[in-house]
Design a protein around this ligand. Structure first.
Ligand SMILES: NC(=O)c1ccc[n+]([C@@H]2O[C@H](COP(=O)([O-])OP(=O)(O)OC[C@H]3O[C@@H](n4cnc5c(N)ncnc54)[C@H](O)[C@@H]3O)[C@@H](O)[C@H]2O)c1
Length: 289
């Protein structure tokens, strides 16, 4: 068993060939990963295979032209070991299965997997093609502990609350369109993560990762709550409560500094990088990293 808590331990057994990485999405996370691979890739054993963004103007000469993929359907023409989606669950739905027929796939927007058919299709494609579907833990703290309890049958309940400044939410249906600075705290939703994912596809990937770790509870059995709070102009908060047998409980509070209006907290960038480092050397299953 590899030490997933310390991805650097993988340097010892990295193969001599660099892992070729395709980045899909060039927003905050995409730009961070591209820059990091450009700077630290040679030492870490990673190199860019391609970068795609729906609007290529965003690259503004920041990348060598040969790395830019203009039509995402052309990803099959690039020699790629792992494709990292960091844009939107829609892309997971449209391309996820196709990605897995050619490469390992790290799904940065796992809220897409709240669609049970899509989750099943991705699992089947991974198995069929001997590829791995990687689910980065992102802002989820203690994911592997949750997974262990799940696998041993001792996980009884799991709830995740995410609180952010209202400008950090991207909600469908205009749920928060009337917010005003200084209004304070507002519980926007409390219920199953399955129902929440379509309402807040960009904001609850942490909960989706939790539901994947807690696969026996699943998206329907894990409870999610999102809270808008105008006092949170500098950070996001993720609170997790795990319940096991005989009064066992774990509660964690993760306070992640974040820019105003950002869907991604600062520490989550490095968490994604660590997850990418873990990609070297696994194959054929679903992996929380
Ligand atoms: N797994 C996690 O814990 C975690 C943590 C943070 C962010 N995320 C997710 O990762 C993704 C990227 O985050 P980010 O901070 O870089 O966001 P961002 O808003 O900075 O960038 C998103 C990029 O995707 C593009 N995009 C948006 N909708 C699209 C669509 N329908 N089709 C194609 N491209 C589209 C945008 O133009 C932009 O370039 C988001 O889905 C976000 O929810 C996951």
């Amino acid at each position: 068993m590899r030490n997933l808590l310390n991805p650097l331990s993988h340097f010892a057994d990295m193969t001599d060939r660099a892992l070729k990485v395709g980045i899909v999405g060039y927003g905050h996370l995409g730009q961070f990963l591209v820059e990091k691979i450009q700077k630290e890739g040679p030492e870490a054993g990673l190199q860019l295979a391609f970068v795609w963004n729906r609007n290529a103007d965003k690259f503004r000469d920041s990348l060598p032209k040969e790395l830019i993929l203009h039509d995402l359907s052309d990803f099959t023409c690039r020699d790629t070991d792992v494709i990292v989606e960091v844009c939107h669950p829609m892309i997971v739905k449209e391309f996820g299965v196709r990605f897995l027929s050619h490469a390992h796939f790290m799904v940065g927007s796992p809220s897409a997997l709240s669609d049970p058919q899509l989750e099943q299709d991705l699992r089947t494609a991974a198995k069929q093609h001997g590829k791995t579907l990687y689910v980065p833990s992102g802002a989820l703290w203690g994911g592997q502990d949750i997974q262990k309890m799940n696998d041993s049958g001792t996980l009884q309940a799991l709830s995740v609350r995410m609180s952010k400044h209202p400008s950090c939410f991207r909600l469908t249906g205009g749920l928060l369109s009337d917010w005003r600075e200084g209004e304070g705290r507002r519980v926007l939703y409390h219920g199953s993560v399955a129902e929440l994912c379509p309402i807040a596809p960009n904001n609850v990937n942490t909960m989706a990762a939790a539901a994947i770790a807690a696969s026996k509870l699943g998206f329907n059995g894990v409870t999610g709550e999102i809270v808008s709070d105008t006092a949170l102009s500098d950070y996001h908060i993720v609170e997790i409560e795990v319940t096991g047998p005989d009064g066992f409980t774990v509660k964690t509070v993760r306070q992640n500094p974040a820019k105003l209006g950002a869907v991604t907290g600062n520490a989550t960038y490095n968490s994604f990088w660590s997850s990418l480092l873990v990609c070297k050397g696994h194959g054929g299953r679903v992996y929380l990293c």
